[in-house]
Unconditional design. Structure first.
Length: 164
């Protein structure tokens, strides 16, 4: 089974704009990036669909963008999505302390200085300020029942149909 990046992990962006990948997330990130022990971990840093700073394993980011690019020939919307996604991507290699650089543009506009939270979001990481993390948590908790019902309906459609 493929690795999943999970959990919320408090971290600190240092004075030089560097953020270390939390230890618990490092091995799954390494696996998703296809890097063996001792090899560089390549990532693409950009913006997630929730407006968070996102750290994508580079091979998965390139595969996803390739799929969007193939679809771009069919629909202009996909081309616009590809362009707007690429506008914010920055290829990086984690340093020896497993850190990447948080661009000053992101740190200023998104409040990513000092204490932040690194969240595992399946196959990529999201980095948010503590205030934004609290907002995401509150929204998630308030919509949990609705999401649970939709998941049950998706996983067990016959039970949902029988209950109607």
């Amino acid at each position: 089974m493929a690795a999943l990046l999970k959990g919320s992990h408090p971290q600190t962006v240092d004075d030089r704009g560097r953020l270390a990948i939390p230890f618990k997330l490092l091995e799954p990130l390494r696996e998703l990036a296809g890097a063996k022990e001792g090899e560089d971990v390549e990532v693409c840093v950009g913006i997630s669909d929730r407006g968070c700073l996102a750290v994508f394993p580079k091979p998965l980011a390139e595969e996803t963008l390739g799929n969007v690019e193939g679809s771009a020939k069919v629909r202009q919307d996909f081309f616009n999505l590809l362009a707007s996604t690429c506008n914010y991507l920055d290829d990086q290699v984690l340093d020896k302390q497993n850190r990447f650089r948080v661009s000053s543009l992101y740190s200023e506009e998104m409040g990513l200085t000092g204490e932040v939270v690194v969240m595992g979001s399946g196959w990529y990481l999201e980095v948010v300020s503590k205030a934004q993390w609290r907002e995401i948590l509150a929204k998630s908790l308030s919509s949990r029942n609705d999401q649970s019902a939709k998941l049950k309906e998706y996983m067990y459609p016959e039970a949902s149909a029988a209950g109607k």
